[in-house]
Ligand binder design. Structure first.
Ligand code: TMP
Length: 197
């Protein structure tokens, strides 16, 4: 199984991933937990470039290509080997995030992400948990953490566009994308996720 976890900032992805990991461990299932952008030393360096606010404005197309460069490395070094060893992969974000953030948030054409997925993505998640909450709730939670990263500094409207793309993708692929109400208590969200697995 290849499972990804998606949602706008502050919706509780990390808590849900920990809960699912504990559940798999209790079942004796062999798995890895990884994340995007990142998951290998090189891809984590690219993550640093993407998330650390700097003086230089990053062009949306540059952001997109850096994300897919990190993804190519992550796939070849971590995800593909784990799946071929028979391990489950729990991944904090995957290609749905590129559609949501780069096409929704940054307004890049969907065809650009589709082309990169076709060319460079060898395997897609069989299940995706989309944690959904009103943008202001997530932003308030994310704002309580330390310094805001380059994405978290975006405006409310940006995250509304991101959320709208997640909603459209979930409606188009209801078998794969399980929508979870992130305003519920963490234990309830976890119970729904386990049911939806
Ligand atoms: P996170 O690990 O806290 O979710 O931060 C990762 C950030 O990277 C998040 O703001 C969303 C962004 N991102 C994209 O814009 N596109 C992508 O394809 C991925 C994987 C992440």
């Amino acid at each position: 199984m290849f499972i990804s976890f998606e949602g706008t900032e502050g919706v509780g992805k990390s808590t849900l991933i920990r809960g699912v990991a504990d559940h798999l461990q209790a079942q004796g299932i062999d798995f890895i937990v990884t994340r995007e952008p990142g998951g290998t030393p090189l891809a984590e360096q690219i993550r640093g470039l993407l998330l650390t606010p700097d003086g230089e404005k990053i062009a949306p197309s540059c952001e997109l290509l850096l994300l897919f460069a990190a993804r190519a490395q992550h796939l070849s070094q971590v995800i593909e080997p784990a799946l071929s060893r028979g391990q489950w992969v729990l991944c904090d974000r995957f290609v749905d995030a590129s559609y949501a953030y780069q096409c929704g948030g940054r307004d890049l054409p969907t065809t650009q992400v589709q082309a990169l997925v076709e060319q460079f993505v060898s395997v897609l998640p069989s299940k995706t948990f989309w944690l959904d909450a009103p943008v202001e709730i997530g932003m308030a939670r994310a704002g309580k953490r330390s310094a805001l990263d380059r994405f978290e500094q975006e405006r409310h409207e940006f995250f509304e566009r991101v959320r709208a793309v997640y909603a459209a993708r979930a409606a188009a692929e209801p078998q794969r994308i399980v929508k979870l109400d992130a305003t519920l208590a963490a234990e309830e969200v976890l119970a729904f996720a386990i049911k939806g697995m």
